[in-house]
Design a protein around this ligand. Structure first.
Ligand code: AVI
Length: 322
C-alpha cells in the first residue's frame, strides 16, 4: 500500500482542546476523537465483539449480505474511498463485490498509521484491489481523492460504523454537506447508522458487564496523563452512561468520585472537580430510517436505497449526490 501525507493531531491542538473542554462554563467536555490512541483503538476492537454491542456485527452483516446489491447501483468504473477505515475488515465485502466487475482502487483515509497498516494486511490480498492510504483528516483526504480520479470514474465514499452518530446533529448535517461539496453529481456515500432501540439495550451496549467500555472511556484520562503530563487519578473517576430521549442519544461521561484538583502541565491548566461532577466524553446519536433520508436531503444527497439488519437495528443507506 502507498501511504500519502502525514497529519497527526499535533500535541498543542490536543492540549488546547483539553484546556477548552475542561474550562468550559457549566458542563465539562472532552472530544471523543481523542479516544483512539493505540490503547483506545485496541479497546474499541474489543468493544466491537462484545455480546452487548451489536452495532459492528450488524454493520458487517449488511455489507456481507448486500454488497452486490449496493455496488450494482453504481455506474462503473468506480473508485472507493473510506473515511476512518479502521482495520478495513467490513470493507472486504464491498471490494470483493466490485472485483467481480472491475479492478478497483481503494483509498482508506485514516488518522491512525497503525490502522492503515492493518488495513493493508486485511485487504491487500484481494487480487484486483490497489490500495492507496491517506493518513489525513477525512475531508482533506477526500478532496485529494476526488481530484485524483480520472474523468468518468464515479466515487463511492464509505462512512460506516455509525461514526456520524458521534457528531452533534447540526455538525452531522454540516459534515455531510462538506462531503457533498467534494463530490460530483452521481457520486455516492454509503452511510452506516445505528437505529433507535430500547433504552435498556442501548445502555447495556455502552456499559458492558466486562467493563471494556468503561476502560475505553477512562483511557482518555490515562492518555491525557501520558501525553500532556497530567495527574488524573483514574480510580477517582467512574464511567457513567445515560440516554437522552429528546436527542435520541447515548451519552458517556466520566464522574468524579470526590472533590479534587487535577493539573495538566502541558495544557497549562489546573482544574477543580466537584464530587459527582462529570466530564461529557461522547454522544452516540441513534436514528430512524426516515431521519436518515431527511438528513441526506438537508445535506445535498438523495437517499437511493436502505438496507436494515434483521437482528440489530442498524441501517446502511446509499446516498447519491444530487
Ligand atoms: C465509533 N462509534 C460509532 C462508537 C459508538 O458506538 O458511538 C464508539 C463507541 N463508544 C462506546 N462504545 C463504542
Amino acid at each position: 500500500m502507498l501511504t500519502e501525507g502525514i497529519t497527526t493531531h499535533p500535541l498543542n491542538s490536543f492540549a488546547s482542546e483539553v484546556r477548552a473542554g475542561l474550562t468550559r462554563e457549566g458542563q465539562k467536555e472532552l472530544p471523543s476523537k481523542y479516544f483512539y490512541d493505540e490503547v483506545g483503538s485496541a479497546l474499541f476492537e474489543v468493544i466491537s465483539v462484545l455480546p452487548e454491542y451489536g452495532l459492528t456485527r450488524a454493520d458487517t452483516r449488511i455489507l456481507r449480505r448486500y454488497a452486490r446489491d449496493i455496488v450494482e447501483r453504481m455506474t462503473l468504473p468506480v473508485v472507493v474511498a473510506e473515511l476512518g477505515s479502521g482495520t478495513g475488515k467490513k470493507t472486504r465485502w464491498i471490494l470483493e463485490a466490485l472485483c467481480s466487475r472491475q479492478n478497483t482502487t481503494y483509498y482508506p483515509i485514516e488518522m491512525s498509521r497503525t490502522a492503515l497498516a492493518r488495513c493493508e494486511i486485511e485487504l491487500g490480498r484481494i487480487d484486483c484491489v490497489s490500495i492507496v492510504g491517506f493518513e489525513r483528516e477525512y475531508l482533506d483526504g477526500l478532496l485529494e481523492v476526488s481530484a485524483r480520479r480520472h474523468p468518468g470514474e464515479q466515487l463511492l465514499v464509505l462512512f460506516l460504523g455509525s461514526t456520524i452518530g458521534n457528531f452533534d446533529r447540526p455538525a452531522a448535517v454540516q459534515f455531510l454537506h462538506s462531503i457533498r461539496e467534494t463530490l460530483r453529481e452521481g457520486d455516492a456515500l454509503l452511510l452506516g447508522t445505528d437505529l433507535q432501540s430500547s433504552v435498556p439495550e442501548l445502555i447495556r451496549a455502552y456499559d458492558d458487564s466486562l467493563g471494556v467500555t468503561a476502560a475505553f472511556n477512562l483511557n482518555l484520562l490515562a492518555r491525557i496523563n501520558r501525553e500532556l503530563d497530567a495527574n488524573f487519578v483514574l480510580s477517582q473517576f467512574s464511567h457513567a452512561v445515560k440516554y437522552d430521549p429528546g436527542e435520541h442519544r447515548v451519552e458517556m461521561h466520566l464522574r468524579s468520585g470526590a472533590e479534587q484538583t487535577v493539573s495538566v502541565s502541558r495544557a497549562d491548566l489546573t482544574v477543580t472537580f466537584e464530587k459527582d461532577e462529570t466530564i461529557w466524553t461522547e454522544s452516540s446519536h441513534k436514528f430512524t430510517p426516515e431521519a436518515i433520508v431527511a438528513l441526506a436531503e438537508r445535506s445535498g444527497f438523495k437517499c437511493d436505497a436502505q438496507w436494515v439488519d434483521r437482528e440489530w437495528p442498524f441501517a446502511q443507506s446509499l446516498l447519491v449526490a444530487a
